[in-house]
Design a protein around this ligand. Structure first.
Ligand code: GLV
Ligand code: MN
Ligand code: MN
Length: 426
């Protein structure tokens, strides 16, 4: 190991430089990504490590063992977040926190969340192997149920309400039941609260999940802002009746009304200029028989934009269209709000530190926005926050075809490592 002479990282108790020749072990990152991918995998090789399911619980146990082996003091907080602590030279300083999530969407990919989680652990391994003690204490945080509405980070930032705990998660359990299943304490949720100023900074490395970096042949994204999002469960109630003996003009077909609503959502979202997106990603029709007119349909609706006011305006428009569809189709349509995640801006000085760390390693960078939701946006309410992106091949994510090249994962982890050393100095 070579040692430079700038900065103030402690090595074997001595103050030494942040050494740019120290490089993360990319092979270890890649093999751990592949190991983690085995948890929750079905017999066809698809990943279902959905929060609160067996795969999630087992994957978390595996990850916690790695954290403990790396010398972290590991606990699960009341919100179900895994928190691993490493002491700093100066315990009176606020901790620098970094991490991501290891739960996934159904039939998801192997890199969303896992890259930031495994790279956070890699930073700790690097510090251990090079006998570096940072000035600030460090915390690796692996958030619970990111994909179901950033539930763990919401709990941590004081945004998880009693109502929110009652919502159903993708696993079928309520959020409260699920948090309990992963070792949290929903009855005492406020005990995991972090106040503004409790952390020195929060950093998250993540795959881009879009195609901008790849298209522009760039190595590192420096994330300036993350979109906000609102999510609803929609219920359409018609009347289930015989599909042969009920004439077309006497039906209350919930699926027909739902189909009109899906089209209306698309039309409303496209009716104004901007980068807003709206999606109906989930639908269930009951009773679900070819010879029965659908009597009840449930579907999901989510709308995202950098302006939460715009999301609200678009939703109001969708509600108006829904009222017309309901009366034309003789059905009842109700919208049950599930969660809101506010847009977030990254901290400018932190962005600069990430950008100069990346440039210092010789990488090309781009300041950009995130259209995906991240725990980082809840963390921005309590700490200066910034994110690092690396390219996603083909811009594909939330899909088994999600892929990020090993070299890009390694680049991202090196930037995370250098950025943490740099933040520790500042
Ligand atoms: C989380 O990955 C989201 O953007 O939905
Ligand atoms: Mn993610
Ligand atoms: Mn995701």
């Amino acid at each position: 190991m070579s040692i430079g002479f700038l900065g103030s990282i402690h090595w074997s108790g001595k103050s030494i430089a942040a050494d740019k020749t120290l490089k993360v072990n990319g092979q270890r990152i890649e093999s751990r990504i592949m190991e983690l991918a085995k948890f929750g995998r079905d017999e066809d090789g698809h990943g279902y490590r959905v929060a609160f399911t067996k795969g999630d619980i087992e994957g978390r146990a595996w990850f916690m063992d790695l954290m403990k082996n790396a010398g972290l003091e590991v606990n699960i907080d009341a919100g179900g977040n895994i928190v691993g602590k490493r002491k700093g030279k100066n315990q009176s300083l606020k901790p620098i926190a970094f991490g991501s999530h290891i739960d996934m969407v159904p039939d998801g990919g192997n890199y969303d969340g896992t890259l930031g989680s495994i790279s956070a652990l890699e930073v700790i391994e690097m510090l251990n192997e090079n006998k570096i003690t940072t000035d600030h204490p460090l915390e690796v945080i692996i958030f619970g149920n990111e994909e179901g509405g950033t539930i763990g980070s919401k709990a941590l930032a004081g945004l998880l309400t009693a109502e929110g705990l009652k919502n159903k998660s993708q696993s079928g359990l309520t959020m409260a039941e699920g948090i309990k299943a992963i070792g949290g304490d929903p009855d005492n949720i406020q005990s995991c609260l972090r106040k503004k100023g409790d952390l020195h900074a929060f950093l998250e490395l993540h795959i881009e999940q879009g195609g901008i970096l790849e298209n522009e042949n760039l190595q590192i994204g420096v994330v300036e802002g993350i979109v906000g999002m609102m999510d609803w469960d929609v219920m359409i109630e018609g009347f289930a009746n015989h599909a042969g003996s009920t004439p077309m003009n006497m039906r209350k077909d919930a699926l027909l009304a739902a189909s009109k609503l899906v089209v209306a959502v698309n039309e409303v979202i496209n009716s104004v200029p901007g980068k807003q997106v709206g999606t109906v990603g989930k639908i269930a029709s009951l009773p679900g028989a070819s010879n029965v007119i659908p009597g009840k349909v449930t579907l999901s609706l989510e709308i995202r934009d950098l302006s939460i006011e715009k999301v609200d305006t678009l939703f109001n428009e969708i509600q108006k269209r829904a009222a017309t569809i309901a009366s034309d189709s003789k059905v009842n349509i109700t919208f049950q709000p599930q969660f809101t995640i506010k847009p977030a801006l990254a901290n400018k000085p932190l962005l600069e530190k990430i950008n100069s760390s990346a440039k210092g390693l010789g990488f090309t960078t781009k300041f950009m926005q995130s259209g995906a939701i991240h725990d980082s946006q809840n963390m921005s309410l309590i700490a200066p926050m910034a994110m690092i992106f690396v390219p996603s091949v083909g811009g594909i994510s939330h899909s088994p075809k999600e892929f990020t090249k090993a070299v890009d994962m390694t680049n991202g982890a090196n930037v995370l490592f250098q950025a943490i050393l740099s933040v520790d100095k500042g």
